[in-house]
Design a protein around this ligand. Structure first.
Ligand SMILES: [Zn+2]
Length: 115
């Protein structure tokens, strides 16, 4: 279980971290344990880069799917890029995430090679 600390930050348990990752959309041609997609920018994240904040590191943090009802439960956690937090259109992204997860996403190897 996640814990709210006295400085208003949240301490996540290993199970929360795992569930936030599991709640992020998968890419059909990538191993879901290692690579998933950020539902905001549709670019990928690397599992091993949890809590990496730098752009280009493809790191991720835990965000609330529905911040309107800010429950600290694992079904409300999702992995997203730290720099995409400010690009969320709404405070409740349950429907947006559900829609994106119902679609099929593929990692574009060709586009990435050219960088
Ligand atoms: Zn992103």
């Amino acid at each position: 279980m996640a814990k709210l600390l006295s400085d208003n930050s949240v301490e996540f348990s290993a199970a929360d971290i795992l569930q936030a990752w599991e709640n992020a959309p998968i890419l059909i041609n990538k191993e879901p344990e290692l690579v998933r997609m950020c539902y905001i920018c549709k670019f990928h994240m690397l599992q091993e880069k949890f809590n990496h904040q730098e752009i280009g590191e493809l790191g991720w943090v835990i965000d609330l799917i529905n911040a309107k009802k800010p429950e600290l439960i694992s079904s409300n956690f999702v992995a997203i890029h730290p720099y995409c937090l400010e690009y969320k259109a709404k405070s409740d992204n349950s429907k947006v995430l559900k829609k994106i997860k119902s679609q099929i996403w593929k990692f574009d190897e060709e586009a990435f090679k050219e960088q």
